[in-house]
Design a protein around this ligand. Structure first.
Ligand code: SF4
Ligand code: SF4
Ligand code: FES
Length: 347
């Protein structure tokens, strides 16, 4: 399949003339001869959204983001994809790959059964901008509503002292790359079934990092209960499962915060003691903004799922545009296409 660093006669269903010489796929020097079929969500609010299918040559170690770049270079230059570092550190390439919130730069094509299409969609929880790009600015508004780090006003920074174990406890929360995959998967945010907004797991992680900081003086428990909606979380642990930084969001952040809120507001002895002491309530800071409807709900004129199925090519056209067999490696037969009978006499 590779000739002098280029890949020839690899067919896509969109935008590529058969036989055209195509730009090399990322990792094309290590081309495996395999192909992946990607079903990519396309469209923007106000138009009928759809899936488009592309056959992408697979190189050794290729990730989903590589395949999206190949599609941009070879068939759909207007495909909108957000990315930055390609190193699983900037958090900007989040999308849903086969329904699972994932960093596309960290998701290898070899993790999938290439006999089946790989579906790539935008994060459903956030409003769609275009194709795979969503508007995540709601998260920044939630972030601004949090009480920031509040050191003691009368102790100079040079006198701050804390134990190594205190550092280790909050260090885990500082690993967050703000990819918002946990926000995307959280059913409380995704389904918008609550009467009040819910801050979501990412900001429970940030709050835990502040509340457990040994120098911080602020009290965010009333905010968590009355504004952040910590009680809406029912510990399903879906957020923990998708976190690319392996932060134990539910066990190490959410459950301790729930316990702190329960101790403060629902323990009857604490309640009486608070009344006796007459301690003032902690400030609420700002109210949370309401999360707008996600991309699948904003596509006008779409069917209930928000996407329309691609029109399958008729069988004759599929067979006629099948890639030529590789000269050095056997080609995996395309689904629905019978492999050539090599035992028949040639001639
Ligand atoms: S554990 Fe809580 S925050 Fe995490 S996904 Fe489930 S409901 Fe959302
Ligand atoms: S907690 Fe994990 S999943 Fe959530 S935004 Fe941070 S890194 Fe991403
Ligand atoms: S491109 Fe930066 S995390 Fe994927």
């Amino acid at each position: 399949m590779t000739q002098g660093g280029t890949i020839v006669e690899v067919r896509m269903e969109h935008g590529i003339e058969r036989g055209a010489e195509l730009a090399a796929a990322p990792g094309a020097d290590d081309a495996t001869g395999a192909q992946a079929r990607l079903r990519v969500f396309r469209g923007e609010p106000g138009e009928r959204t759809r899936f488009e299918e592309f056959d992408v040559p697979v190189g050794e170690g290729m990730v989903v983001l590589d395949a999206l770049h190949w599609i941009q270079a070879n068939g759909a230059p207007d495909l909108a994809v957000r990315w930055n570092c390609k190193a699983a550190k900037c958090g900007s390439c989040g999308a849903e790959v086969n329904g699972r919130p994932s960093l596309t730069c960290k998701t290898r094509l070899s993790d999938f059964d290439l006999a089946k299409p790989i579906t790539v969609e935008p994060m459903r929880t956030f409003p769609l901008i275009r194709d795979l790009v969503t508007d995540v600015s709601w998260n920044y508004a939630v972030n601004r509503s949090l009480e920031p780090f509040t050191p003691p006003a009368d102790v100079p920074q040079s006198d701050w002292r804390w134990q190594q174990e205190d550092i280790e406890r909050v260090q885990e929360f500082r690993k967050c790359i703000e990819c918002f995959l946990c926000q995307d998967v959280c059913h409380v945010l995704r389904n918008h079934e609550t009467e009040r907004p819910f801050m979501g797991p990412r900001f429970l992680v940030r709050t835990a990092g502040l509340e457990m900081h040994p120098i911080d003086q602020a009290d965010r428990r009333r905010y968590l209960k009355d504004v952040g909606g910590v009680g809406y979380c029912n510990i399903t642990k879906c957020c923990t499962e998708v976190c690319p930084e392996h932060i134990k969001i539910t066990d190490n952040a959410i459950i301790p915060l729930k316990e702190r809120v329960a101790d403060e507001f629902y323990d009857p002895i604490q309640w009486v003691w608070r009344k006796v002491r007459g301690r003032p309530d902690a400030p609420l800071r700002k109210e949370l903004p309401v999360l707008p409807a996600g991309p699948m709900a904003t596509a006008e004129g779409s069917p209930p799922t928000g996407v329309s199925e691609p029109t399958p090519l008729p069988p004759r056209q599929r067979a006629a545009t099948r890639p030529k067999p590789a000269t050095t490696r056997p080609q995996r037969p395309r689904r629905g296409v019978r492999p050539a009978d090599t035992s028949a006499p040639q001639g």
